[in-house]
Design a protein around this ligand. Structure first.
Ligand SMILES: [Zn+2]
Length: 485
């Protein structure tokens, strides 16, 4: 006769509990609060059994489907130990090491492009439910997870849900991204809102246009373009542009073969742009702008365009008002001209071609000022003003642009940043301004208001020669930063 002890009663209760278990459980293994010894992993195969002992001949406590997240810790080389809830009660259980794949302990954030239509799943398994589907050429953010899967978050009815993306569905973006300068190759190239030609084009460029962009994926570059002053991420097809390389050394020999014993065909100077169409070891097959081809030593070439600042750039300076139009507080026209003349001298000393709309106290209409831009097609047009307000407390500097040109906002930002840095006046920011000289201007044009003549304190400051020198120096530096960006 069976002695009905406490132990026997417990065993019997356990057997009864197991018999009521569902065969498949979707719930995560609970139990002890996660400690550092616990790791997270996924069920590798279509089904996984958890056992009551570290043996496949022991009782199966529960089964899990592929991709289910489990927490466990090392028991021995073949088994992990965990805990499973069975009818509200926690039991120690064992999982075969070969049945799970442990996720990376430190997840790395990545950005990538979907190669084709991509499903995101509720578990790291293609047999789990599809939470969302993305078209090819979508840009997704995700984290490293296992050898075959990335982990991400999707929003379903406004709620964040963890999801899984197959690694083979996406191509990771370059990290870090390298800045490049290239030239539009074809008649008219488009930049797209997504890295796919099926997305909406944001802008187009004509052949020969110089573009700046960053490495992204094997087929696409990433760039930023401004549409009505608003920066937008854009994508450029690699096949639409050609990357230029620039000579770093004072002279670079272009040789007939990929070694120093080969004859020198031609020599090119520092800063010269070359096309590189192939490489053999450290030697690149190059073509000069005049069409001469040969081999050059690649470490002497750089992908970054040389920084020349304002050298060789054409800049129109437009001192506001003049003659019968005195501007604000009767003194504006004089201060505008004084500051403009200082700016002219500084820019010329740095090798810029400077054109003044006026160099003395003469009156010009607004359209006459724009005509100067029309005639000289400048790389930048700078209109210089001082501000005025009915309030004597208004103060600070603002820079206006009209966004008719793609680079205007950048130009305004570069100049405003330096003005605030160098003069220490209040930053009123970069703004869109509906002023004739910048609105009607086809070239990158901005208008600076260099302080308030209606503010007695500021009037004193801005009337000094030292302030105007600072302002001119800041605009010069801003222009250099703009051209070197
Ligand atoms: Zn003015």
């Amino acid at each position: 006769m069976l002695r009905f002890t406490k132990t026997v009663a417990r065993k019997l209760a356990f057997v009864l509990l197991l018999s009521c278990l569902p065969l498949y459980g979707f719930t995560e293994i609970h139990g002890q609060a996660a400690t550092s010894s616990y790791v997270t992993g996924i069920v590798k195969n279509s089904s996984l059994s958890v056992y009551s002992k570290a043996s496949t001949s022991s009782t199966v406590l529960k089964k899990y489907t592929q991709g289910t997240l489990l927490k466990y810790k090392v028991y021995n080389s073949s088994w992990y130990q965990s805990a499973v809830y069975v009818n509200g009660k926690s039991f120690t259980c064992y999982i075969r090491v070969s049945d799970v794949e442990t996720a990376v302990s430190t997840q790395k954030s990545l950005t990538g492009r979907t190669n084709s239509t991509t499903n995101v799943y509720s578990r790291a398994s293609t047999s789990s439910s599809v939470l969302k589907s993305y078209a090819g050429g979508s840009v997704l953010k995700y984290k490293t997870f296992t050898s075959g899967w990335y982990q991400s978050t999707v929003y379903i009815k406004g709620k964040a849900v963890t999801c899984y993306i197959r690694k083979t569905n996406v191509e990771n973006a370059a990290s870090p991204q390298v800045s490049l300068t290239g030239v539009a190759l074809n008649g008219s190239i488009k930049v797209y809102s997504k890295p796919t030609i099926y997305s909406a084009p944001i802008k187009s460029y004509s052949k020969g246009a110089v573009l700046k962009y960053k490495t992204f994926t094997s087929g696409w570059y990433q760039s930023t373009v401004y549409v009505n002053g608003v920066p937008k991420t854009a994508y450029i097809r690699k096949s639409d542009v050609e990357v230029k390389y620039y000579v770093k050394t004072s002279t670079l020999n272009v040789r007939a073969g990929s070694n120093t014993d080969s004859a020198v065909i031609t020599a090119v100077k520092a800063g010269t742009a070359l096309n590189v169409s192939g490489a053999s070891g450290n030697w690149g097959k190059v073509t000069t702008s005049s069409g001469v081809s040969g081999w050059a030593y690649l470490p002497y070439l750089s992908r970054t365009a040389p920084t020349n600042g304002v050298r060789g750039q054409t800049i129109v300076i437009d001192p506001g008002h003049g003659g019968k139009d005195p501007g604000a507080k009767a003194v504006e026209k004089k201060l505008n001209l004084e500051t403009a003349l200082k700016l002219e001298a500084m820019l010329e000393s740095k090798g810029a071609n400077v054109i003044m709309t006026r160099s003395n106290d003469e009156y010009l209409t607004l359209s006459e000022r724009v005509d100067v831009a029309e005639q000289y097609k400048p790389d930048a047009f700078i209109s210089i003003h001082y501000n005025s307000s009915t309030s004597t407390s208004a103060d600070g500097i603002d820079t206006f642009y009209y966004a008719s040109n793609v680079n205007e906002r950048e130009l305004a930002e570069c100049i405003q940043e330096e003005l605030i840095k160098q003069t220490g006046l209040d930053d009123r920011g970069v703004q869109i301004g509906n002023f004739h000289v910048i609105r009607e201007n086809k070239y990158p044009a901005i208008l600076v208001e260099l302080g308030f003549l209606s503010n007695p304190t500021e009037l004193k400051i801005v009337s000094t020669s030292s302030y105007q020198t600072k302002a001119a120096s800041a605009i010069t530096k801003g222009l250099e930063n703009y051209f070197n960006r």
